[in-house]
Write a protein that binds this ligand. Structure first.
Ligand SMILES: CCCCC/C=C\CCC/C=C/CC(=O)SCCNC(=O)CCNC(=O)[C@H](O)C(C)(C)COP(=O)(O)OP(=O)(O)OC[C@H]1O[C@@H](n2cnc3c(N)ncnc32)[C@H](O)[C@@H]1OP(=O)(O)O
Length: 269
């Protein structure tokens, strides 16, 4: 039976609950207020995946501390507004490497989406093998509405999950789907009434994976995900440079500025 070596208490933005009986790690995202992705958060998440790999984790469940509110609000608007060029490069590289690593873990992965998951907030669920949603949340890749062209690896994850036709319509219209609609198009695999039920369903999915030989399962996973993994590995330097220049462009910066103002007004700040 696997046992824990890593010190998971060192992590600031996640709580790791490691079940030594079944080797399943439940990782609760807890970066207040909305689990938006910053460079520091992504660095932590990447390091966590390595620790879980070393501890021979048998399965990983992601969920959010901010139950029935937000799973993740996506990339952190505030950090990406007028960043230095070095920070923009570092951020894009961290986003790419974390998403790649999560897409090809040796252990099975599930996202319990217990709140909204717009834009970059949809990345963790899409990289996972299975998605369980709660009711009353929105999920989708609505980046085009921000003037952001999706990186090929992200479109590819969406295509892998919901098929080309649905992905084309979803991405081109920048749709955020309700949980019921997400279930209909396969963006989530199941809906659960509560987080507890969702976690039980997630454990059931991970237990099913155990009946398959681990290394054979990994070979099959990498084979089935080859089109996505190829997109991640294709011309990385050029792709990252493209994303950095998109982020630094006036159009995207103005869009971030506008969204920060909208959020401020909403709070009456
Ligand atoms: C920009 C990249 C260019 C290059 C791209 C290349 C590759 C990347 C591909 C992937 C790209 C992804 C783009 C994104 O992810 S951009 C982010 C998109 N996210 C959103 O539009 C969500 C915005 N937020 C909301 O809609 C809501 O906040 C909510 C998540 C539904 C939660 O609503 P609610 O519970 O009512 O909370 P508030 O709205 O009051 O917010 C509380 C608090 O949180 C702050 N906040 C919200 N979202 C973000 C965010 N994304 N980044 C940073 N901070 C955020 C909000 O300002 C409030 O803060 P204060 O308490 O300080 O007022």
């Amino acid at each position: 039976m696997p046992y824990v070596c890593a010190d998971y208490s060192k992590y600031k933005f996640v709580n790791v609950c490691w079940n030594s009986e079944n080797g399943i790690a439940t990782v609760t995202l807890k970066r207040p207020p909305v689990n938006s992705l910053t460079a520091e958060f992504l660095r932590e998440l990447s390091s966590l995946l390595l620790d879980l790999e070393k501890d021979e984790t048998q399965g990983l469940i992601f969920t959010s501390e901010f139950d029935e509110k937000v799973f993740s609000a996506g990339l952190d608007f505030k950090e990406l507004y007028r960043p230095s060029i070095d920070h923009a490069k570092e951020f894009m590289s961290l986003l790419h490497s974390f998403s790649f690593r999560l897409s090809c873990t040796a252990y099975p992965t599930v996202a319990v989406i217990n709140g909204h998951a717009p834009a970059g907030g949809c990345i963790i669920p899409l990289c996972c093998e299975y998605r369980i949603g709660l009711n009353n949340f929105n999920i989708g890749l609505n980046e085009l509405k921000f003037g952001i062209l999706l990186p090929d690896w992200l479109s590819s994850l969406m295509i892998h999950t919901i098929g080309s036709r649905n992905a084309e319509q979803a991405i081109l219209s920048g749709t955020l789907f309700s949980s019921e609609h997400a279930l209909r198009i396969g963006l989530v695999d199941e809906i659960a009434p509560t987080k507890e039920v969702a976690l039980e369903k997630a454990t059931a999915f991970l237990n099913k994976a155990k009946i398959v030989n681990r290394s054979l399962r990994l070979d099959a996973k990498l084979h089935l995900r080859r089109p996505i993994l190829q997109e991640f590995q294709k011309d990385i330097e050029n792709e990252l440079a493209k994303n950095v220049s998109l982020l630094m462009s006036d159009k995207v910066q103005q869009s971030l500025d506008a969204h920060i103002k909208i959020l401020k007004e909403k709070r009456g700040n």
